[in-house]
Design a binder for this molecule. Structure first.
Ligand code: PXP
Length: 241
């Protein structure tokens, strides 16, 4: 099970003052040196954090897995094809949202993904992951499309009250089992932190990668990036040895 660090909010902090620091590429390098298996970035249509030049610099400097998280717009498909990351995670994107608010609705996007998005990405050898809520129908449709992986949206689990977390974990566990049975990889992300990660790792089988950003970058303000990444890795090692 691998830790991929999302470095979007290093860019958020940089952009707040219009300076060149902190640099998301330098942060990515520190994360990798501390043991992270790869780096995630989300190039949004409004460029609120990561910018185009960051993408090309990340491609050049990241040694491990590079996960390009993006909406399935023509613009992003073109950039992704050019950059050729290892993984492309397709997410829904709303202009007003503070962060990605949920998984893709596969019924809505199915025909478009089948006719336009998958053929464009399949011209490269990028692995395709779809960000989904833990719903059977969405997962089955993703499988029909030929997705390589599903990233399970863990935000509902992470943000719900303690009393409802078990219910959300059960949904995630069933979804992970189905994804694995259908021959796809199981990734997970959104809202994960050092407090809720152990429950996820204990309950949800077949995890391949977790993508963690906001809580990890926030904690690094106090602890430093290297120490924070190592703390996440130790949490993972407690379960996977
Ligand atoms: N996975 C996806 C698909 C996301 O959109 C995000 C947020 O950018 C994350 C993982 C990371 O979530 P967080 O920043 O809450 O750790």
């Amino acid at each position: 099970m691998k830790l991929l660090v999302n470095i979007d909010h290093i860019a958020t902090l940089r952009n707040a003052r219009g300076e060149g620091y902190p640099d998301p590429v330098e942060a990515a390098q520190i994360c990798e040196e501390a043991g992270a298996a790869g780096i995630v970035f989300h190039l949004r249509g409004d460029r609120r954090h990561i910018r185009d030049e960051d993408v090309y610099r990340l491609k050049e400097n990241v040694r491990g897995k590079l996960d390009f998280e993006m909406a399935a717009s023509e613009e992003m498909l073109e950039i992704c094809t050019k950059v050729d990351p290892h993984l492309c995670t397709l997410v829904p994107e709303g202009r007003e949202e503070l962060t990605t608010e949920g998984g893709l609705n596969m019924e809505t996007v199915y025909n478009d993904f089948k006719g336009r998005v998958f053929p464009a990405l399949r011209k490269t050898d990028v692995e395709i992951s779809l960000f989904l809520d833990p719903n059977t129908r969405d997962i089955e449709l993703a499988h029909e499309l030929g997705a390589d992986a599903i990233e399970l949206h863990t935000g509902t689990f992470a943000n719900t009250s303690a009393g409802k977390q078990q219910h959300e974990l059960t949904r995630l566990r069933k979804a992970a089992t189905l994804i694995n049975d259908l021959g796809m990889k199981v990734n997970a992300g959104h809202g994960l932190n050092l407090e809720n990660l152990p429950d996820l790792l204990e309950t949800v089988p077949h995890l391949n990668e977790v993508s963690i950003g906001h809580a990890l970058i926030s904690k690094s303000i106090y602890w430093g990036l290297e120490k924070t990444v190592k703390a996440y890795l130790e949490t993972i090692e407690d379960f996977y040895g």
